[in-house]
Design a protein around this ligand. Structure first.
Ligand code: SF4
Length: 104
């Protein structure tokens, strides 16, 4: 389980810089830089005011990750203790990235 700090406040699942999903998928199968990765679980909060009232922010969650070039990747799962997903004002998942990616 990985602690996730996520500043993508335009995502439906974001609450208090945490994610309300209990698992996410990070994409970027051939990533060599942070900007080649993205959060595949991003969903745009189109209304802007919708808040996920029925779920609580998860402190730790499972992170499935396709970025096998990252030092924290083990069998397509992230083994980092904590990661940061960034993407201020993101409207699509490609505008997000894993800021903790580190090339092997
Ligand atoms: S730190 Fe590496 S393994 Fe973990 S989610 Fe980010 S890119 Fe994937």
């Amino acid at each position: 389980m990985t602690k996730l700090d996520c500043n993508v406040t335009t995502c439906l699942h974001n609450s208090d810089n945490c994610c309300c999903k209990n698992a996410i998928v990070v994409e970027g199968a051939s990533a060599t830089r942070q900007c080649d990765t993205c959060c595949g679980s991003f969903d745009e909060n189109k209304g802007g005011s919708f808040r996920n009232l029925f779920k609580t922010p998860e402190k730790k969650l499972n992170v499935e990750c396709e970025a096998t070039n990252c030092v924290y990747n083990s069998n397509r799962f992230c083994v980092a203790e904590r990661i940061g997903i960034t993407g201020t004002n993101a409207k699509t998942s490609s505008e997000t990235e894993c800021a903790t990616f580190k090339e092997r």
